[in-house]
Design a protein around this ligand. Structure first.
Ligand code: FA5
Length: 369
């Protein structure tokens, strides 16, 4: 009995004095482990008489349970102390920089479209849309390219096998659907479905059977149409000049009109902007010496042909209109110094990282940045 009481006091003192978890574990092993002191006493039970074993056995079980409970209690205390120490000393560094993420870029064509909406929006134009898959009427015939007209040759495209709806005005011509060769088809749809006056732009993908450094089978165009009473070439010239100067951000950019032919306008013109040679490259703008002034074609324009107005149910005796159409890739190449048109459609993300625009830091024609 004395042995048990002494052992209990001794172990209790040791347990209370243990100041870390390792020391506590050592005490546990020395008391309750295979060769522990309590275990050794338990082993003596076998050599006792049944009466002795009964009383000693009970006492030893009480001792074992008490020591086990004391160990658990002290373990809890020590774990709490350890946690408090860690909380006081350890820090989470929330100032670490975040892992770099791949950032997407706005494609230069999308950027150009946004700029066009801003510029023409400020001039009071609305934006219209039309389908990429067109019929002969909207792409050619209504635009005064009747079937067999030689100007159709300049816009060879891709035909689909399914037949298109044939308009009553369309005497003959191809009945297959086709991929539109220009956005001028949207002019027709817009005039058919709206009463003048209107001032509208549209843009989108256009298709031709072309492939070289300056021509691709799919490209983008923008179209502008303005129909009202008493519209003249002067309106066309003023609108176009303001537009190209705002787009290229050059206030005195020279603009030149050259007579040209498009079946859907009369008179028709090609519009050129001025540039001059600078070092190895070129610079858009007015040359100091008039002899150094060079010209580059950027779009086609003209007064909407009276046949086109009539085809769309607009009375040419009352209304006149101007229209122009521009290739978006060419304009974007000129503005941002991109040399090969085909690279627009290579889907090379390195090209986009170089020429694309940060979504949060894009040039904006409205703010002039
Ligand atoms: C037209 O497409 C006329 N519809 C434009 C127009 C509208 C004239 C309204 C008058 C009134 P053109 O075929 O010239 O015109 O094409 C216009 C522009 O599209 C060209 O100046 C060029 O920049 C671009 N373009 C034409 N074909 C391709 C091509 N295969 N790849 C890339 N750009 C092209």
């Amino acid at each position: 009995m004395t042995n048990i009481n002494t052992l209990k006091t001794e172990l209790t003192t040791q347990i209370e004095a243990a100041n870390d978890l390792q020391a506590l574990d050592d005490i546990r092993i020395s008391a309750l482990g295979k060769k522990g002191r309590v275990t050794a006493l338990m082993k003596t039970l076998g050599s006792m008489t049944p009466e002795e074993r009964k009383t000693k056995g009970q006492e030893l079980n009480v001792l074992k349970n008490e020591i086990t409970n004391q160990l658990k209690k002290q373990e809890k205390v020590l774990k709490k102390v350890e946690m408090e120490e860690r909380l006081a000393t350890e820090q989470l560094d929330i100032t670490l920089s975040i892992r770099p993420e791949r950032k997407g870029h706005i494609h230069p064509i999308s950027q150009t479209m946004d700029e066009l909406v801003t510029i023409f929006g400020a001039m009071g134009f609305t934006v219209a849309e039309g389908p990429d898959i067109e019929d002969d009427w909207h792409n050619f015939t209504a635009l005064n390219f009747p079937p067999g007209h030689p100007a159709r040759e300049m816009q060879d495209t891709f035909f689909l096998n399914n037949p298109a709806k044939v308009e009553p005005e369309q005497k003959s011509g191809d009945t297959r659907k086709l991929l539109r060769t220009h956005t001028s088809s949207v002019q027709i749809r817009h005039m058919e479905n709206n009463e003048p006056p209107f001032k509208t732009i549209c843009f989108g993908r256009t298709y031709r059977s072309d492939w070289d450094m300056t021509h691709t089978p799919m490209f983008h165009q923008m179209e502008c149409i303005c129909v009202d009473k008493d519209i003249t070439m002067a309106h066309l010239k003023g609108c176009l000049t303001d537009f190209v100067r705002a787009f290229f951000k050059i206030d005195d950019l020279p603009v030149r009109f050259r007579p040209s032919f498009f079946p859907f306008v009369e008179p028709g013109a090609e519009v050129d902007i001025g540039y001059f040679k600078k070092g190895e490259g070129i610079k858009l703008g007015l040359a100091d010496n008039p002899n150094d002034q060079k010209w580059m074609e950027i779009l086609g324009a003209g007064m909407v042909h009276c046949n086109v107005l009539t085809n769309c149910g607009v009375n040419p005796e009352i209304y006149q209109g101007f229209a122009f159409g521009m290739g978006l890739e060419r304009a974007t190449m000129l503005k941002y110094g991109i040399s090969d048109l085909r690279t627009f459609f290579d889907s090379d993300t390195r090209w986009l990282d170089h020429y694309g625009f940060d979504p949060f830091d894009r040039p904006n024609s409205a703010t002039g940045q």
